[in-house]
Design a protein. Structure first.
Length: 55
């Protein structure tokens, strides 16, 4: 997904999440998923400005 940024008159990528049922979420035939991480990333210490507050 892309979003307009009126202040800078640019377009930037945005994260987009949806809920899927088990029937909708399945591997794509012929795609190798060996490089996909399966463990969550470590959360960094909170920053003073809370820049990741909505992440």
């Amino acid at each position: 997904m892309w979003a307009d940024v009126p202040e800078t008159e640019t377009v930037e990528p945005r994260e987009y999440r949806v809920w899927l049922t088990p029937d909708q979420a399945h591997p794509i035939p012929g795609v190798n998923y060996d490089q996909v991480p399966t463990t969550p990333l470590k959360r960094e210490a909170p920053t003073a400005d809370n820049s990741d507050r909505w992440a």
